[in-house]
Structures are given as structure tokens and as C-alpha cells.
Design a protein around this ligand. Structure first.
Ligand code: MN
Length: 220
């Protein structure tokens, strides 16, 4: 391992290889991203985006080991512990995707509008059966990880649990609010009424403002 050229291995086999393979960075405004393998501390940043792709969905991303571990959550995160939300893993995204808001051109991978619905930090609450702390990345790899979120909109304990499949083989997970003082009957917002935590804009406003921007398809 030590003899590998870190740059080559990063491009071909690194954690962002899938992310880069799916995209043409000459055609998408999304960041190519850099991978800075950080400490695997058990705190990190998170982002929840709303993405008007083929189906409008929420993208739930947690910073783990220098990338954003990502799940598509069709109905979005809720504050209600009685609601179990399907979460389907997607490829790791670069950390700078945390601030990505804009329009991915039709026909490109993930084509559609993205807003940053919530941002903040989380800390691991992952423990083994005896209640001892375990590294967050290990807990995720084992298919169950709890964490505490401090966002502008999301607060308190959540858990991600794998319910089907294994790495790369039709995995499904559930995202569930834990019972704590932040539990409430509050559901995820209507994605079309929700506003960006960064700019206050809705999906439609981001799309409309992008239409006015100069681009290769703009007749002069
Ligand atoms: Mn998405």
C-alpha cells in the first residue's frame, strides 16, 4: 500500500472514484472535490440537500473519514421516532459538496436542481452492546450507527440501520429519529416549499435564477 502513488490510487480507487466516474466536470457545476483523509474523529459536519432529480428526494450526507457518506432519503428526515425513513446508499461525495446548490443540466448524472436544506455538525453516539464507544466508521460498516445532530433544522439523536443487502449489493437502510427531547411530530417539509438554509431560496427560485445564467446552451 505504501508504495502506491497516492494521487493515482486516489483517482482510480479512492473513495471518490465512483463520484468522479459518474460525472463530466466540464458539464456539471458540481465540485470535482478533493479527498483529504482526515482523522476519523467521531464528530463531523453534515448536510441535507433536496434534489429535484427523476424523483424529488432528500440527500443525507455525513462527514466520515474525509468524505461525505451519502444516502438518498425519498421522504426526508423526520423528527418523529415512529416514522422509519427508507435511506438508500449512494456514492461517497467530496466534502465541498456540502455547499453545493445549483442546477445539474438535464441529461447529466443526477440532472436537476439542488438546494442545501440543512447543515450542521454531528457527533457519534455509536456504542457496542456493552455501551462502550466504537468508532463511527466501524459502526456504519457493521450496519448500525447512532449520532447526535446539531443543525439549523435537525436536532437530537438519529440512527441509521442497514436492513438489507451488503456493501454494493442492493443495500437499504432506515433513518430513524431517536426518542429524546427533540422528538416531535414534525415531518420533513414539502420539498417544493422548503427553503435553502444557505440562501433562503426554494428549488424553483434556484432553477429560475440558473435559467438566466450564461451557459453553453444560451443563444447569444
Ligand atoms: Mn440526489
Amino acid at each position: 500500500m505504501a508504495s502506491k502513488d497516492p494521487h493515482r490510487s486516489e483517482d482510480r480507487d479512492g473513495p471518490l472514484a465512483d463520484y468522479r466516474r459518474k460525472r463530466d466536470f466540464a458539464r456539471t457545476p458540481e465540485p470535482p472535490g478533493t479527498h483529504a483523509p482526515g482523522t476519523s474523529g467521531d464528530t463531523g459536519r453534515f448536510v441535507v440537500q433536496i434534489h429535484d432529480a427523476t424523483r424529488t428526494h432528500f440527500d443525507f450526507r455525513l462527514e466520515v473519514d474525509g468524505v461525505l457518506k451519502s444516502w438518498a432519503v425519498p421522504k426526508g428526515p423526520t423528527h418523529d421516532p415512529a416514522e422509519k425513513r427508507l435511506a438508500v446508499p449512494t456514492e461517497d461525495h467530496p466534502l465541498d459538496y456540502r455547499d453545493f446548490e445549483g442546477v445539474i443540466a438535464p441529461g447529466e448524472y443526477g440532472g436537476g436542481t439542488v438546494i442545501v436544506w440543512d447543515q450542521g455538525t454531528y457527533r457519534s453516539m455509536a456504542t457496542d452492546r456493552r455501551g462502550n464507544d466504537v468508532p463511527f466508521a466501524d459502526a456504519l460498516a457493521a450496519g448500525h450507527a447512532s449520532f447526535w445532530m446539531d443543525g439549523a433544522k435537525l436536532h437530537g439523536g438519529y440512527a441509521l440501520t442497514r436492513t438489507r443487502g451488503g456493501p454494493g449489493r442492493g443495500e437499504t437502510w432506515l433513518l430513524v429519529k431517536r426518542k429524546d427531547r427533540h422528538a416531535a411530530k414534525t415531518d420533513a417539509p414539502d420539498p417544493w416549499r422548503a427553503r435553502s438554509v444557505l440562501t433562503g431560496r426554494t428549488l424553483r427560485q434556484v432553477a429560475a435564477e440558473s435559467d438566466g445564467a450564461a451557459g453553453p446552451d444560451q443563444p447569444d
